[in-house]
Design a binder for this molecule. Structure first.
Ligand SMILES: [Zn+2]
Length: 139
């Protein structure tokens, strides 16, 4: 898993800012937050665990979550087991999803036809947003 963002605001604009306790320290240029490599590793892990389990509960498959988050489906299966996550089995519904930036997201919500007849959930995903939508399979 590569570390490429600020644990506070998820910006990738950070600079090296000295060594503290034998660890490289970084400063985020976007929010001014200081962090070290160890700290960011742990925070990012928690972020991905939470996100992966959230997406799992929304009905996405392990492979889909792997593709979206870049986390191995084996890790996700382990987390699901570890936290004993159970989801209701439903074969009639499967979510579709889009990855949007803030501007695309606001445009999406301006169109009423995008909102009617379907449930929508928006979740943060790094510096973008993920929109999850349920529609009954048409078959
Ligand atoms: Zn930041």
């Amino acid at each position: 898993m590569t570390i490429n963002q600020c644990p506070n605001c998820a910006s990738s604009a950070y600079i090296k800012s000295g060594i503290v306790n034998d660890r490289q320290r970084y400063k985020c240029k976007s929010c001014g937050y200081y962090f070290s490599v160890d700290k960011i590793g742990k925070k990012i892990d928690e972020y991905y665990v939470n996100k992966a389990l959230q997406l799992y509960l929304e009905g996405l498959t392990y492979r889909e979550i792997e593709r979206i988050l870049g986390v191995s489906h084996v890790s996700i299966m382990n987390w699901v087991k570890k936290y004993n996550i159970k989801r209701p089995t439903s074969t009639n519904y499967h979510p579709t999803y889009k990855i949007l930036n803030a501007l695309e997201l606001s445009k999406y919500f301006q169109k009423i036809e995008n909102l009617s007849g379907a449930g929508v959930v928006v979740t943060e995903l790094g510096d973008k947003f993920m929109l999850i939508k349920w529609e009954r399979f048409r078959d």
